[in-house]
Write a protein that binds this ligand. Structure first.
Ligand SMILES: [Zn+2]
Length: 193
């Protein structure tokens, strides 16, 4: 990420997803990765704080093994983020939301269709990671495995994870997932009328 402070980019993306109502209260988490003297460092949002009012001191720095390199307590989904970074050396940003439409689908038996704009469409639906408790190692491992071939997945009965080459793009992708879920929901309602 050229010329932009990485911690600030995590804060900016956090504010973006909060402003767009993709997260509320203290839900959701955001991270970005950078290399510092050949070591991968991840900047991640803290636990127990709204993404709405983060400051530079709130963002926690960790290495890929989860060793904390700064003050603060990282998100309870730290290992979800770290497992994904390990599985996908190409990505530099991760956003996890509980955006209402996409999460609503995750609690139903309906899958979210990939609409136009989602790249090549081999599988017509977004992939869904089976339910595992939030913060669990099973959730981290299974989500990372599914994201090897995807940039956005639905977590059953939970929410959305989007990844990209930077954290702004990951936030935009999380927003796009919510948009297509909303569009599908509206079109479903209209068909019934
Ligand atoms: Zn969550």
């Amino acid at each position: 990420m050229k010329g932009k402070n990485l911690v600030q980019s995590v804060i900016d993306a956090s504010h973006y997803v909060f402003d767009r109502k993709l997260v509320s209260g203290k839900a959701g988490n955001v991270s970005a990765r950078f290399k510092d003297s050949e070591m991968d460092i991840v900047a991640i949002t803290p636990t127990g704080k709204s993404l709405y009012d983060l400051s530079q001191n709130d963002v926690v720095l960790v290495d890929l093994n989860g060793n904390i390199l700064s003050k603060g307590h990282p998100s309870s989904e730290l290992f979800l983020h770290l497992n994904i970074y390990q599985a996908r050396p190409d990505i530099k940003g991760i956003v996890h939301t509980h955006s209402p439409y996409a999460t609503g689908f995750s609690f139903s038996d309906k899958k979210i269709k990939r609409l136009e704009g989602f790249g090549k469409i081999e599988n017509p639906y977004l992939e869904e990671v089976p339910y595992y408790p939030p913060g669990s190692s099973q959730l981290a491992e299974n989500t990372a495995k599914m994201l090897k071939n995807e940039d956005a997945v639905i977590l059953k009965n939970h929410g959305v994870v989007a990844v990209s080459f930077d954290v702004d793009e990951a936030a935009a992708l999380a927003e796009f997932v919510e948009e297509i879920a909303k569009t599908q929901f509206v079109s479903h309602l209209l068909k019934k009328s």
